[in-house]
Every structure is written in C-alpha cells, then in structure tokens.
Design a protein around this ligand. Structure first.
Ligand SMILES: CC(C)(COP(=O)(O)OP(=O)(O)OC[C@H]1O[C@@H](n2cnc3c(N)ncnc32)[C@H](O)[C@@H]1OP(=O)(O)O)[C@@H](O)C(=O)NCCC(=O)NCCS
Length: 289
C-alpha cells in the first residue's frame, strides 16, 4: 500500500490558447520580460500588437496557468507566408515543455490557415525547438550598433527624401526582395510614426525609434545614402545579414559594431518563396534571445 502523501510530483495544468484582446498588454509584458527587456516600452509595443491584431494581421498564442500568462508567441499573416515572432516563455516556467506546447499551437494555427511556408528568426534558445518541427536554417543575421561618432555623413539631399505616402514602387521592390506582401505592415508602422526614407525607384528604408530597417535597395550606394540619412535622424542600430558586404562598401562612411550581440538564424519551414536577398540591407526586427 503506497502512502497517501503526495510528494515529488508536479502536476502541470496549463492551457494553451489564443490571447484575448484584453490580454494584449499582459502578453507584451511577458514578451519583454522573457527577452530580458524592461517593461518601459510595453504601451508602445501594445499599440503595434493591437493594430496587427485588429487588422487580422497577427494571431497570438499564450499558455496560461491559474490565470497567469507563462509565455506567448505571435503568428504574422503575410501573403504567401506566415512568420512567427515573440516566441517566449518566462524564465520561471522554462524547460517544462511550455515553449513546445505554444509552438505546436502556432504550427496548428498556421496549418489551419492553409499556410505552406513559415519563416522566423531563431535565437540560440529557439533554434533547437524549431529544428524539431522541421525548420531549416538559411543564413545568420545580427544587430549592430552604428558608431555615429566615427561617421562622416554625406547626404545628397536632393535625391533622398522622407515621404508621407507609400508608393507602389516601394511595395513592388519590397515584394521582389523578400517575396512577401508587407503593405499592411508598412502602413501600420507609418501610422505609429515610422519615417519612410526613399531614393526614388532605387531603394527605401524605415526609420523608427533609433532603428533603421528594413532597408531595401538595388545597390550598396543607395543603401549607404539611406542609412546615412537615418543616422542624421538619430538611428543608432540596425539588423543586417550582410555585414561583410556592408563593411566593405561602408568602411569609409559608416562604422558598425557587433558588440556583444549574438547572431540569429533565419529559418524556414515548407515551401520557399522566391526572394532577391541581395537587395536586403537591413531587417525590421528579429528575436534577441
Ligand atoms: C526558447 C524558449 C521559448 C523555450 O521555452 P521552454 O518552455 O523552455 O521550451 P520547452 O520546455 O518546450 O523546451 C526547451 C527544452 O526543455 C526541454 N524540456 C521540455 N520539457 C522538459 C521537462 N519536463 N523537463 C526537463 N526538460 C524539458 C526540452 O527538451 C528542450 O530541451 P532541448 O532544447 O535541450 O531539447 C525559451 O527558452 C525562451 O523564452 N527564451 C528566451 C526568448 C527566446 O530566445 N525566444 C526564442 C526566440 S526565436
């Protein structure tokens, strides 16, 4: 006869489900804390999540235990692929299978929405999980600090402009470069204050809150001009996969420093979409785990 005393048994009783609209702020806080950020920017991040959510551009999954959110992840509904972002579990709930449960729900959601391709940027923590689901690595990306003190800014003002509208050539060039339609996402970014810097027909970049990205340009010279313009507006960091190319082209104009930032791996699942990655000089965001 075994003892009736219950010892050494942890019964996990959490629920994995879609995040409710009234939980967006709490979800954002879980994301910020899990990635090691302060929650100062929570209201700003919430504005982005809310717009993405309300316009049916994103769905968020959470795991909840006794009314407390343990982790979140977002599925972003682009055409023709979906991307995953903000995948995280609070430190105290890790290594119990919660991350796997959330990611399983994300994959089921993507499948139910008929997505055949899924993309994401994996931190060193996330990569083993995604590999188990069949994701494959493409290339590494990294966040760099822009050392503006060492930067000589040579802006040709007549050809670089900040514009208020979102012209078709920008959308076409973006689609050609990354293979997906980001029109609605860019509109939301501009509504939230992102500035669109353009060299007409050749390239563009979004500047927002100290960061330049994405920068899409048909040549390095145009990319340099756009990045320089963003530095004059206050940009101090960017995320790129092309540091080697950039550093060669930019060594006399822009100094980048990788500091202690770890690289992230771009990963994909399913069918690959045609892309022209040689046009992509900076990304809009990635996971910093
Ligand atoms: C990545 C992350 C979401 C994983 O969350 P998690 O809840 O710890 O994930 P899981 O528990 O499902 O799996 C993680 C590991 O725990 C192991 N594990 C799962 N259940 C376990 C259990 N009951 N006991 C012990 N280990 C367990 C898994 O096998 C896995 O180990 P492995 O990677 O060595 O194979 C989490 O580490 C995190 O939020 N990191 C910071 C943010 C980040 O980098 N996010 C990823 C962005 S791409």
């Amino acid at each position: 006869m075994t003892s009736e005393k219950k010892v050494d048994v942890t019964i996990s009783d959490y629920t994995v489900r879609e995040l409710k609209p009234e939980e967006l702020l709490e979800g954002v806080k879980v994301y910020l804390q899990s990635f090691g950020y302060t929650i100062e920017s929570a209201e700003n991040d919430k504005s982005l999540w809310k717009k993405l959510f309300n316009r049916n551009m994103a769905k968020f999954i959470t795991a909840e235990e006794n009314g407390k959110l343990m982790g979140v992840a977002g599925l972003f509904l682009f055409d023709p692929i979906a991307t995953v972002g903000y995948m995280c579990v609070l430190q105290e709930y890790r290594r119990r299978g919660v991350g796997k449960a959330i990611f399983t729900a994300i994959m089921e959601l993507a499948t139910s929405l008929n997505y055949e391709s899924i993309g994401l940027y994996a931190s060193e923590f996330g990569e083993p999980l995604y590999r188990k689901f069949g994701f494959q690595g493409e290339h590494y990306v990294r966040q760099y600090q822009i050392l503006s003190n060492n930067t000589k800014i040579k802006i040709q003002d007549d050809k670089i402009k900040i514009i208020e509208n979102l012209p078709n050539w920008v959308l076409d060039l973006d689609k050609l470069s990354v293979g997906i339609d980001r029109t609605k996402y860019f509109r939301i970014q501009m509504e939230l204050g992102a500035k669109l810097i353009v060299v007409k027909d050749k390239g563009f970049g979004f500047y927002h809150n100290g960061k330049i990205g994405p920068v899409i340009a048909q040549g390095a010279e145009t990319a340099v001009d756009i990045i320089n313009k963003s530095i004059s507006l206050g940009a101090d960091h960017l995320i790129t996969s092309k540091f080697d190319v950039l550093s060669e082209c930019l060594s006399n104009t822009i100094k980048l420093d990788k500091g202690g930032n770890l690289p992230n791996l771009k990963m994909y699942y399913g069918k690959r979409v045609p892309q022209s990655l040689n046009y992509v000089y900076a990304l809009s965001s990635f996971a910093i785990g």
